[in-house]
Design a binder for this molecule. Structure first.
Ligand code: ZN
Ligand code: MN
Length: 483
């Protein structure tokens, strides 16, 4: 693996310091039922209605492994280039009211997926240590005070989420900037969505990010004390939390103090992290193999089926669209993230100018293409490129097509958008020059600032007279040719 560290330094840190960050991402798998019982796996149900003796941890109940969850886990492992291997479930022991069994069934030293990597759109490789299967906890809500347990009057607990299947994807501490952390999560989310193993909604908690943050002097390869920022629920919070935490560490080190190894929480409103519990080491959890579940032993046939089920992943889609459009892969990142790649490819295939397709999708179709077909869109782009519609008119027709699904010529005719020929504009400009000789003088012989100001004036007058139907580019050409 090539060293890509050069130039990858978090720009908000003081000179001489670098960020060292690893991410743990929990993804809720969208299986029909929970990991070890037949309770529905659904978000937003009435509290404590999707529960049974198994997911409540009642005595005498036994877990049965959900095969669909294991398949999803192996598919994501393969998509991250992990080694998919025989694995063992383990008990992770801790007492917390959202975990009714007093242990979480997870994986420890024999996870399903190990040693993969995720490549960011800019080519940076972030190594993936493991991606293991585990169950989710229940959800507690602390009522009263500031919403944290320490100041609460009482706490409510909902076990609907207890036992929902999770995949925890753990990266190596290879991330060097907050932007890389955001790009990693965005790319992972894109892969999860392409595989269709989760809806990966950060705001609903079906994708949750914990960031391990430390800093060190540039050039050193030591790993200093890290803090784990828990349950960050948006990409922008992730970036802000990492920047804040890394700078807090630099402040501590440079004033002769040192950070404590602990869990911290991101306070979005205050824009800072706050201390949580001191972080347990693995030995505090007293892991041991789960005696009620057999080891997972995927066969060659299973693995072949998993491989055959991997669809085109975002990186491949970006490369394919960029190739067709003649641009670089990062330039089509937004379009691929929004799931508009096949629409773009179909429109280009129908003969539309690739550059205009990308511009419209990026800037004017952020909320989706609605009712519009790719071939109708190609028709609109042809009218725009052919000069039949100005860019203002094109946008207006586009909005109508998204809403109604009609064809471009129909909409343009209905709106009275007919190509304004140059001779009409010439006549208009003659009139304007006659009415505003002083302004024209300043346009043609004034200094650069004056000329620019007056160009704006004449363009504005022409747009007013044509009710925005004149093509701005044509007007500019016309003005300059008369100078
Ligand atoms: Zn259950
Ligand atoms: Mn976990």
């Amino acid at each position: 693996m090539s060293d890509t560290t050069t130039g990858r330094r978090e720009p908000t840190l003081p000179d001489g310091w670098e960020l060292v960050c690893g991410l743990e991402v929990h993804v809720e798998l969208s299986t029909a039922t929970k990991l070890f019982c037949g309770c529905p796996n659904e978000f937003g149900a009435e509290p404590n209605t999707n529960v049974c003796p198994t997911c409540l941890g009642l005595p005498g109940s036994l877990p049965v492994m959900n095969g669909a969850a294991v398949t999803s886990a192996m598919r994501l492992g393969r998509a991250l280039d992990c080694r998919v291997q025989p694995s063992v479930m383990a008990r992770k022991n801790y007492f917390y009211p959202d975990m009714p069994k007093d242990f979480q069934t997870s994986q420890y030293d024999q996870p399903t997926n190990e040693d993969g990597h995720l490549d960011l759109p800019d080519g940076t490789t972030i190594r993936v240590e493991r991606a293991h299967i585990e169950e989710d906890t229940g959800k507690s809500t602390h009522v009263g005070g500031d919403g944290r347990i320490t100041s609460a009057e009482y706490s409510l607990i909902d076990y609907n989420r207890a036992g929902v299947p999770l995949l925890e994807i753990v990266s190596h501490p290879d991330i060097r900037t907050a932007e890389e952390a955001k790009a990693y999560v965005a790319e992972l989310r894109g892969i999860v969505l392409a595989l269709d193993v989760s809806d990966a909604r950060m705001e609903e908690g079906s994708m949750r990010v914990d960031a391990n943050v430390s800093v060190r002097p540039v050039g050193s390869d030591e790993l200093r004390t890290r803090c784990e920022i828990k349950n960050i629920n948006s990409l922008s919070s992730l970036g802000r939390a990492i920047v804040h935490e890394a700078n807090r560490h630099v402040d501590l080190w440079t004033t002769g103090e040192r950070p404590l190894q602990e869990t911290r929480h991101w306070d979005e409103e205050a824009g800072r992290t706050r201390s949580g519990r001191s972080k347990e080491d693995a030995e505090d959890y007293r892991y041991f193999p789960e005696p009620d579940l057999t080891p997972l032993q995927p066969s060659e046939v299973d693995l072949e089926a998993v491989d055959a089920s991997i669809p085109e992943l975002p990186a491949q889609t970006r490369a394919r669209l960029a190739d067709v459009a003649g641009v670089t892969p990062p330039e089509v990142g937004l379009i691929v993230d929004r799931g508009q790649a096949s629409f773009a490819l179909d429109a280009i295939d129908s003969g539309a100018d690739a550059g205009r397709v990308l511009v419209h999708l990026t800037n004017n179709l952020a909320d989706g293409v609605g009712e519009m077909s790719s071939s109708a869109f190609a028709g609109l782009v042809a009218m725009e490129v052919g000069g039949e519609l100005s860019s203002t008119q094109t946008k207006e027709v586009l909005a109508d097509m998204v809403a109604t699904g009609r064809d471009a010529p129909v909409v343009a005719a209905e709106k009275g958008f007919e190509a304004m020929d140059t001779s009409e504009l010439e006549g208009l400009l003659d009139g304007l020059i006659a009415d505003h000789p002083g302004e024209w003088e300043r346009f043609s012989t004034g200094d650069e600032g004056d000329a620019k100001k007056m160009a704006g004036f004449f363009t504005g007058q022409i747009m007013k007279a044509t009710r925005g139907q004149a093509d701005g580019k044509v007007v500019a050409q016309l003005l300059n040719s008369r100078k």
